[in-house]
Write a protein that binds this ligand. Structure first.
Ligand code: ZN
Length: 250
């Protein structure tokens, strides 16, 4: 049934309801949609005709595609991406098939690591790849508005932020500037594995990914709604520096 509107407020209500149908989400999305300014709703409307139809896939297919992209990257068979055509196709909007929370480390580069093109991967990066409030808000936007069916938290070997966190916890090292904000955020994951056998930095890296995944899985209402509706999967991975291989660990 075609809805029509004869006033601004009626139009806004119709747009919100249409957005919810597009998003296919529950009560959390309802809260979001009611609070969304019209510019965001218009952006959401634009994603109803996705610029990348092949990205309209479910969580399992998204994960399979991510792993296959990493295999191409590891073996040196990455696809050639036509940036010029991609730019033009994406003027109208975006519908990435994955959102990645990764470390800021310059050796990681998630778009390369999964052989993705522009418009495929929604990236949030912070040294130590832990969940900040702003990072969570970005991921909520990626899922509830842009429709990303998959979130990957990506840790990596020899992470400088984790190493600094270990120094802060074990040696009481105090870092200058705002760096303690990073080490403080990582401290709980490091303390959880202090008594574990093996390498403390490696163990803390894995624990930090697991804790970040758990925090995202508990993020109400938007991510929990999408998880409950089967529209989202949240996984954790570890990037191996020497090979580029990403191993799923959560
Ligand atoms: Zn790092």
């Amino acid at each position: 049934m075609r809805e029509s509107c004869d006033s601004n407020s009626a139009c806004n209500d119709i747009e919100r309801r249409r957005f919810l149908r597009l998003a296919g989400l529950g009560t959390g999305a309802l809260l979001l949609a009611n609070a969304l300014p019209n510019q965001v709703l218009h952006a959401a409307e634009k994603t109803s005709t996705p610029p990348k139809p092949k990205n309209v896939i479910g969580p399992d297919e998204a994960l399979k595609r991510l792993i296959e992209g990493n295999e191409r990257y590891v073996s040196g068979n990455s696809e050639t991406h036509d940036f010029k055509d991609e730019r033009e196709a994406l003027v109208s909007g975006q519908n990435p098939f994955v959102a990645v929370l990764s470390c800021a480390d310059s050796r990681i580069a998630p778009e390369y690591a999964f052989d993705t093109a522009r418009g495929d991967l929604f990236a949030i990066r912070v040294a130590g790849n832990f969940v900040t409030d702003e990072g969570l808000a970005s991921l909520e936007y990626g899922v509830a508005v842009l429709g990303a069916p998959l979130i990957l938290v990506l840790g990596h070997e020899r992470c400088g932020a984790i190493e600094a966190g270990v120094k802060a916890v074990k040696d009481r090292t105090v870092f200058p500037g705002q760096i303690p904000k990073l080490t403080n955020a990582l401290q709980p994951s490091i303390e959880q594995v202090l008594k574990q056998p093996g390498d403390l930095v490696a163990n803390a890296t894995v624990q930090n990914v697991k804790n970040s995944v758990e925090r995202l899985k508990a993020a109400t209402p938007l991510l929990t709604d999408a998880l409950g509706n089967g529209k989202l999967k949240i996984v954790g991975g570890l990037y191996r520096l020497a090979t580029g291989k990403v191993e799923l660990i959560a």
